[in-house]
Design a protein around this ligand. Structure first.
Ligand SMILES: [Zn+2]
Length: 424
C-alpha cells in the first residue's frame, strides 16, 4: 500500500479501504466448492473457510466473534454502552451456482470497514455495532431461502431440518457438519431489546443506478411478489386439416396474456410483470396445441397495486378463455407482501448520501434480501451499490472500487448520525 493511501495518523484513507474491500471480495471468490467458478452453498467446507477468513478480518477490526447455531458469523464492537440495543449491519456469505463476487460479501466487508474506521479514529459509538455474515440467503443447497436470518429473527421453522439436499443429506445433519447445533436453533434468535435496527449494503442487481449515474441508492421497499401458474386447455388437432374458425387453440390465447401483462406493467408505474415460462403440448410444429401452461410473475413495492394488477390479469385470462371457448386454470403459487424500509432510517440514509456529496436516488428492490426476514423483528434499511450492467448472479458481476468507497463513506456517516442522535 502506498504512503499516500494513509492519513496523517496512519489511518487508512477511504480509497484504501475501498480497495481493501475489493481485494477481499476477490479473495473470498477463491473459497468455492468447484474451482473455476464461485459456488458456496450453506454448510459446505468452502463456506466454512470463507467464514473463518471473515472472522479473522473482524478480529483485526477489533470485534468479538461468535458463530450461532445455524452458522451465522456475528462480529461485535461493544461501543461505550455495551448493553444498548445493537445496530446490526451485514449481508450473506453463501452464493448461488457460478456466482459473482460481490452479491453478499460486499455488504459484510463494507460494514467491517465502517467498524474498523471508528476503531482507528477512536470514535466509540454509544451502542454496539454488530456485523453479521449470514450463512444462507440464496437457498442453493436446500431450495429454501433465508435460513440464516430466519434463525436470527426467531422464525426458523423446525420442519426445515428435514429438508434434503441433492446428496440425500438432511439440513439437520448439515447444520451439525457446519459446526452448528440443530437443537439449539431457538437460542440463535435475537432477544427482546438486543437490536435496534438492521441495515444492509447490497449490489443493486439492476441497471437503475447506472442509468442515472449514481454510485449508491437508498432502498424504499422490497417489492412484493405474486407468482401464478396458469393454463389454457383447448383441443389438439392437425395443423393442415382443422379450419381456423373451428380451432380451440390455447397458444394464441396465452400470447394475448403475454401481451396484456406487458401492456399493464408498462402503463402502471413501478409494476413489473413477466411471463418467463411457457409450454405448449403436445409441442409439435404440425400439431395445434391442446394445452398451454405459462407462469406470471408480478411485482410492485406497494401491495394494493400488485394485487389489483393480479386481479386484472386474472379477469383478462377468464375473458380470453371464454371468448375462445377454452378451459382455464389459475393457481397462485406464491404471494409475498412488500416490505417497506423503515421511514426514519431511510431518511437518515438519504441524509448520509447527501452529506457525502452524492446524488440522492431512491429505488425499490425487486429482489428479496435478508432484510425481508429481519423486518419481522427490527426496523430495516438498505443501501444499494451500482453494479455494471445491472448484472448479478453471474461471474460478470462487477462493482467499481470508487462506488465501494462511496458505500463505505455513506454507511460510516449514517452510523455517526445514529450515534449523534443517541448522544444528543
Ligand atoms: Zn444477495
Amino acid at each position: 500500500m502506498a504512503a499516500s493511501e494513509t492519513g496523517r495518523s496512519g489511518a487508512l484513507s477511504q480509497g484504501a479501504r475501498a480497495q481493501r474491500v475489493t481485494t477481499r471480495c476477490n479473495e473470498l471468490a477463491t473459497f468455492t466448492e468447484e474451482p473455476g467458478q464461485i459456488i458456496r452453498p450453506y454448510g459446505t467446507p468452502a463456506l466454512a473457510a470463507a467464514r473463518a477468513k471473515v472472522a479473522h478480518w473482524m478480529r483485526e477490526a477489533g470485534m468479538d466473534i461468535r458463530v450461532d447455531a445455524i452458522g451465522n458469523l456475528r462480529g461485535r464492537a461493544k461501543g461505550s454502552d455495551p448493553t444498548a440495543p445493537a445496530l446490526l449491519l451485514g449481508s450473506h456469505l453463501d452464493s448461488v451456482r457460478d456466482a459473482g463476487r460481490y452479491d453478499g460479501p460486499l455488504g459484510i466487508l463494507v460494514a467491517i470497514e465502517v467498524v474498523d474506521r471508528a476503531r482507528q479514529s477512536q470514535r466509540a459509538r454509544p451502542f454496539p455495532v454488530e456485523v453479521i455474515a449470514f450463512a444462507d440467503e440464496e437457498g442453493l443447497r436446500f431450495q429454501t431461502t433465508y435460513l440464516g436470518s430466519c434463525a436470527l429473527a426467531g422464525s426458523f421453522d423446525p420442519a426445515f431440518l428435514d429438508l434434503i439436499d441433492a446428496d440425500g443429506m438432511t439440513l439437520r445433519e448439515a447444520v451439525g457438519t457446519f459446526g452448528g447445533d440443530a437443537d439449539a436453533l431457538p437460542d440463535a434468535a435475537l432477544g427482546p431489546g438486543e437490536a435496534r435496527a438492521y441495515v444492509e449494503v447490497h449490489i443493486e442487481q439492476g441497471p437503475y443506478l447506472e442509468s442515472v449515474d449514481a454510485p449508491v441508492g437508498v432502498v424504499t421497499a422490497i417489492a412484493g411478489q405474486s407468482r401464478i401458474l396458469t393454463a389454457f386447455s383447448g383441443e389438439a388437432g392437425h395443423a393442415g386439416t382443422v379450419a381456423m374458425h373451428l380451432r380451440r387453440d390455447p397458444l394464441p390465447a396465452a400470447a394475448e396474456i403475454v401481451l396484456a401483462a406487458e401492456e399493464l406493467a408498462r402503463q402502471t408505474s413501478g409494476l413489473l410483470a413477466t411471463v418467463g415460462m411457457i409450454e405448449a403440448t403436445p409441442g409439435a410444429s404440425n400439431v395445434i396445441a391442446g394445452r398451454a401452461n405459462f407462469s406470471l410473475d408480478v411485482r410492485h413495492p406497494e401491495d394494493p397495486v400488485r394485487t389489483s394488477a393480479v386481479s386484472a390479469l386474472e379477469w383478462r385470462v377468464h375473458e380470453v378463455a371464454s371468448a375462445r371457448s377454452l378451459g382455464v386454470e389459475w393457481r397462485i403459487a406464491r404471494n409475498h407482501p412488500a416490505v417497506p424500509c423503515d421511514p426514519s432510517l431511510t431518511t437518515r440514509l438519504a441524509e448520509a448520501v447527501a452529506a457525502a456529496g452524492l446524488p440522492v436516488e431512491q429505488l425499490p428492490s425487486g429482489a428479496g434480501h435478508d432484510a425481508v426476514v429481519m423486518s419481522e423483528v427490527v426496523p430495516v434499511a438498505m443501501l444499494f451499490v451500482r453494479c455494471a450492467g445491472g448484472i448479478s448472479h453471474h461471474p460478470a458481476e462487477f462493482v467499481m472500487t470508487s462506488d465501494v468507497a462511496a458505500a463505505v463513506d455513506v454507511l460510516d456517516r449514517f452510523v455517526d448520525m445514529l450515534a449523534d442522535e443517541k448522544l444528543g
